[in-house]
Design a protein around this ligand. Structure first.
Ligand code: AHM
Ligand code: MG
Length: 337
């Protein structure tokens, strides 16, 4: 069984043996993601040197134009997954359309699609705040040997086979699930190896952190206002505290470790909120549920929503089970009024 200090490579091999019929493709896919993440991590860590190495749009010494980090991260993940012949399609926050990958033999023989947000929260980079990569993996539904179609990407979250995130923080971590719990690996940058540092991660049933952008309070639906007021009320010595980084991966990661709820609700201006169902909310929901938490749009399970568009948005309530349920109760009660 998994042991602390095991490397991610060892962990992947050990867990692949637990699936005797696995072809190893999913393991190779996770391997590619860990590799691309290392390259992106290296670049993200240099972000503060931008004035020294050149600003976005400048030309570097090799005559290449300096890129925005989110564009760079997008390219690295796409390149790595494409070159290694693992996936048949990729959808990304950075690309309007999905990408079809036919493979070197042009035979469309690979069976997985990846949906990702290559660098989420990238507006935080300038101020040295943690950012992340989020990914979600599905088995294609169209026949192998044919090009992928939109149908392969518009699957409900409950069909995900793997999901995870990388957090480029005070240390870099890769956290993922293949539906058998959630494990977190920390990168030792000196030797480029990830070690199992957080085995079997769990959301506590109750938590005391609520994370929401209260600057938008006036536009929140009644139920969210009621929930925030519930958290803030003096009665019963409620233990809540507010923490909001504005970087989804970091906010969820902290709340998973410490116990809490993350909310990005719909608002009067943006009824569906801001976050994207397919490559932000679904993968985080899969992780949350695998860690004993819950993810909802305020009324129903995120992973049961049937997507209709690649970049669709959805209100998001995610975290410790009892906190999400209390927020849902506030949403329901406000609707009935
Ligand atoms: P992005 O994909 O453009 O980076 O936006 C997503 C980010 C999340 O990481 C974060 O939770 C949220 O946007 C913060 O939004 P806001 O500044 O409206 O609170
Ligand atoms: Mg994003």
């Amino acid at each position: 069984m998994s042991k602390k200090n095991q490397t991610l490579g060892e962990f992947i091999i050990e867990n692949q043996q637990a699936f005797p019929y696995s072809s190893g493709e999913l393991s190779r896919l996770i391997n590619s993601i860990r590799l691309a993440a290392k390259v992106v991590n290296h670049e993200v860590n240099k972000a503060g040197l931008v004035d020294i190495t050149g600003a976005v749009g400048d030309t570097n010494i090799q005559g290449e134009e300096q890129q925005k980090l989110d564009v760079y991260a997008n390219q690295k993940f796409i390149q790595t997954l494409t070159n290694r012949e693992i996936v048949c399609g990729i959808a990304s926050e950075e690309n309007d359309e999905y990408i079809t990958i036919q493979g070197h033999n042009k035979d469309h023989k690979n069976k997985y699609v990846v949906l990702m947000d290559p660098l989420d929260g990238s507006s935080n980079i300038d101020v040295n705040v943690s950012v992340g990569t989020i990914f979600s993996v599905y088995r294609r539904v169209t026949p192998i040997g044919t090009p992928v179609t939109m149908e392969d990407f518009l699957q409900p979250g409950n069909l995900q086979v793997a999901a995870g995130y990388i957090i480029y923080g005070t240390s870099t971590m890769l956290v993922y699930t293949t539906g058998h719990g959630v494990n977190g690996f920390t990168l030792n940058p000196a030797i480029g190896t990830y070690y199992l540092s957080h085995p079997n991660m769990k959301f506590s049933e109750d938590g005391n952190i609520y994370s929401v952008n209260e600057g938008n309070y006036a536009q929140f639906p009644r139920g969210v206002k009621d929930y925030i007021k519930y958290c803030q009320a003096e009665e019963d010595d409620r233990p809540y505290t507010s923490r909001y980084i504005g970087s989804l991966v970091s906010d969820i990661h902290r709340n998973m470790i410490k116990g809490g709820i993350y909310i990005y609700p719909g608002s009067s201006k943006y009824p569906d909120g801001k976050l994207r169902l397919l490559y932000e909310c679904n993968p985080m929901a899969f992780i949350a549920e695998q860690a004993g938490g819950k993810a909802s749009n305020g009324f129903k399970r995120i992973m049961d929503i049937k997507p209709t568009e690649l970049h669709e948005r959805v209100p998001f309530f995610c975290g410790s089970k009892n906190m999400v349920e209390k927020a849902e109760e506030c949403m329901r009660n406000a609707k009935e009024k």
